[in-house]
Design a protein around this ligand. Structure first.
Ligand SMILES: Nc1ncnc2c1ncn2[C@@H]1O[C@H](COP(=O)(O)OP(=O)(O)OP(=O)(O)O)[C@@H](O)[C@H]1O
Ligand SMILES: Nc1ccn([C@@H]2O[C@H](COP(=O)(O)O)[C@@H](O)[C@H]2O)c(=O)n1
Ligand SMILES: [Mg+2]
Length: 231
């Protein structure tokens, strides 16, 4: 289904064989961007991965919904997958629930496996991976298991005060939408997410978006990033 540009399996010799890295087949070498303004021009059939980063309540899920509508991506929210795992009554459920309650990060192996299953069950080739990677450990686990790097990384940059306000007003019954857990999530974000943001910034893949404004105003900053993509 995905057009191969070149095999990079030699770079991931210890990774598991998956739909994405199987032998020398379904893979492409990811274009390297030399500046933050450069955007890739993917062709249909090539796997196209966008990581969506930002603090709690910065608007990642809200903007992902708009990107899906405008550009035909499949939205894979790591947090939603973990919540679904809890709801399914899986063996991991109780440990995931307590980790989310504490605002901590679930072991990468668990999260990456859920993401991998979700991607493999989709016929789409354009994915928005929302709320991932949350740490360098997450990032490395994705590379190793999926055998891919993101084409684009979005970072919704939002002041803490605004994030807290949005989360407390979200009203979706999430166990982590309370002031104590929000404080912990913000601490974890500061400690573990910045190294990931810096990593992709140094590689010219990061698109930092000021996440203050209306949903539509913010989307108008996102839209040009994906303009080369047809739906
Ligand atoms: N630009 C905006 N202005 C005001 N409120 C917003 C804006 N964008 C999103 N919201 C609201 O803020 C809340 C958090 O947004 P959203 O769920 O998209 O954030 P998130 O980054 O996915 O958060 P989390 O990491 O906790 O899942 C939601 O209630 C949403 O409706
Ligand atoms: N890569 C991830 C993503 C999320 N979590 C845990 O889920 C919580 C909620 O995530 P949202 O993206 O929906 O805000 C988050 O606070 C983490 O506890 C994770 O462990 N790893
Ligand atoms: Mg979200």
């Amino acid at each position: 289904m995905w057009r191969r540009v070149a095999s990079v399996s030699h770079l991931f010799s210890h990774s598991k064989s998956t739909k994405f890295n199987q032998g020398a087949s379904t893979f492409k070498i990811w274009e390297t961007f030399t500046s933050e303004s450069e955007i890739p021009t993917p062709s249909k059939g090539s796997l196209f991965v966008t990581f969506v980063l930002g603090g709690p309540g910065s608007g990642k899920g809200t903007q992902c919904a708009k990107i899906v509508e405008a550009f035909g991506f499949t939205h894979v929210s790591a947090g939603d997958l973990l919540r679904r795992e809890i709801a399914s009554g899986s063996a991991y459920g109780s440990v995931i629930l307590s980790t989310i309650r504490e605002g901590k990060i679930v072991p990468s192996q668990v999260t990456v496996e859920l993401i991998q299953k979700e991607m493999e069950s989709s016929d789409n080739y354009k994915f928005l991976i929302d709320g991932f990677p949350r740490s360098e450990e997450n990032r490395k686990a994705f590379e190793k298991t999926i055998g891919a790097e993101p084409d684009v990384v979005l970072f919704f940059d939002c002041p803490e005060q605004e994030m807290v306000k949005r989360v407390l007003n979200r009203n979706q019954g999430r166990v982590d939408d309370n002031i104590d857990t929000i404080k912990k999530r913000l601490e974890i974000f500061d400690e573990l997410n910045w190294p990931v943001i810096n990593y992709y910034s140094q590689r010219g893949k990061l698109h930092k978006i000021n996440a203050v404004g209306t949903v539509d105003e913010i989307f108008e900053k996102v839209r040009p990033i994906f303009a080369p993509l047809s739906k």
